[in-house]
Design a binder for this molecule. Structure first.
Ligand SMILES: [Zn+2]
Length: 380
């Protein structure tokens, strides 16, 4: 009995010690800029296959490894993680989990495109979104179909069906706080990849890629070129083609990273988390009486995690926070004058492209149109 008890105590002590040491190691590593490179497909899943029998998974892996190598050579301080470095199968959720667990700063998924039309050509970079064109939607649908090879995919992806248009509604609602960074990275990669490869420039688009949806950091998906186009297949399969594409992707990441280094705020002061108002059914009488006019604020970004007040995403702007449905939402300014917030939004939109006005009453968010109507009625 006593021995058993001692064993339990010892076990708890060991577990605590391990947890503490692990925690410390993670804090130190947390400051290292981390890039996750995700070579699409692998193992039992070859991805698209060209007429010349080239497999997408092989091109993706070769290019990914070259990109990683170039990053390591130029920036030894940066940590590079591959979701796979060999020909093995990994589920989409596991790919995203690797990046989320590593608290990566960037996620770059590398793929090769395919289309029924053999004339389709060019390289393209995607960010997460509802789909900017029918072709963008088709590319996302094709890449998402890999989950059909996974067991229990309905449960793992919350009932998401890659072939049902209705499933793609989730990408309409989502507003990721990393959208601006993702677009900036995508632009940089796309320009340089086109320049290096001399492939047709299809530009930057957005579409509902499930793998990007699952990651919690700026993330892009690169489609190197069309394996279904015989000329491009030859280029994609060649060493020189893969080198050119890898250089382009690397140079895009490099441009982003150089910018990041310039703009990151030195963290010599203790980080302070912006406190959040919880969403609650209880009216906050102390903050605002129920007969009071609605208060307008400008929402600048949202996050699934609580942010420190010196987080670089605030771009030096002082923000307030409120919590809604488990998401932290950050706002600037507060006024009962709707027009004042219109001006504020205009000013903030230089830094936060997607800034928009929200309204509150009794400490709770209310419908903006109702709030606006109330304001207009009072100020007739
Ligand atoms: Zn693919």
């Amino acid at each position: 009995m006593t021995i058993k008890f001692l064993q339990i105590i010892l076990c708890i002590a060991v577990t605590l010690f391990t947890a503490l040491t692990r925690c410390e190691a993670q804090n130190n590593a947390g400051r290292q800029f981390t890039i996750v490179i995700d070579p699409g497909h692998g193992g039992k899943d070859p991805g698209a296959i060209g007429r010349g029998k080239t497999k997408e998974k092989t091109i993706n892996l070769n290019v990914s490894k070259s990109v990683g190598q170039l990053i390591k050579e130029r920036y030894p301080e940066v940590k590079v993680i591959y979701t796979r470095s060999t020909d093995k199968y990994i589920s989409l959720i596991d790919r995203a989990n690797i990046a989320n667990k590593a608290k990566a700063d960037l996620f770059v998924s590398i793929h090769t495109n395919a289309a029924k039309n053999r004339k389709a050509r060019g390289c393209e970079t995607f960010t997460l979104g509802s789909g900017s064109s029918a072709e963008a939607k088709a590319a996302a649908k094709y890449e998402n179909e890999v989950i059909l090879q996974e067991e229990n995919f309905e449960q793992v992806y919350g009932g998401f069906d890659p072939n049902s248009n209705d499933s793609y509604i989730i990408f309409d609602i989502i507003r990721t706080h990393d959208m601006e960074s993702s677009i900036s990275l995508a632009d940089k990669i796309q320009t340089r990849m086109t320049r290096r490869s001399k492939l047709h420039n299809r530009g930057v688009s957005s579409a509902g890629f499930l793998v990007l949806h699952q990651t919690a950091m700026p993330s892009v998906l690169v489609e190197l070129g069309f394996i279904s186009n015989p000329t491009e297949e030859k280029f994609l399969a060649s060493k020189s083609g893969q080198t050119a594409l890898a250089k382009g992707v690397f140079e895009g990441i490099s441009a982003y990273y150089e910018n990041y280094k310039k703009s990151s705020i030195p963290t010599n002061t203790a980080p302070v988390t912006v406190e959040c108002d919880e969403d609650t059914e209880q009216p906050k009488a102390d903050k605002q009486k129920s007969n009071d006019a609605p208060i307008f604020k400008v929402q600048i970004l949202t996050s699934s995690k609580k942010l420190k007040s010196n987080d670089k995403r605030f771009k030096g702007v002082k923000a307030d926070c409120y919590k809604e449905g488990g998401t932290y939402k950050y706002t600037c300014g507060a006024s009962t004058d709707y027009n004042a917030m219109v001006r504020k939004r205009k000013e903030l939109s230089k830094k936060f492209k997607e800034a928009f006005i929200v309204a509150f009453k009794n400490g709770r968010r209310i419908d903006i149109n109702k709030a606006k109507a109330e304001f207009e009625k009072k100020n007739k």
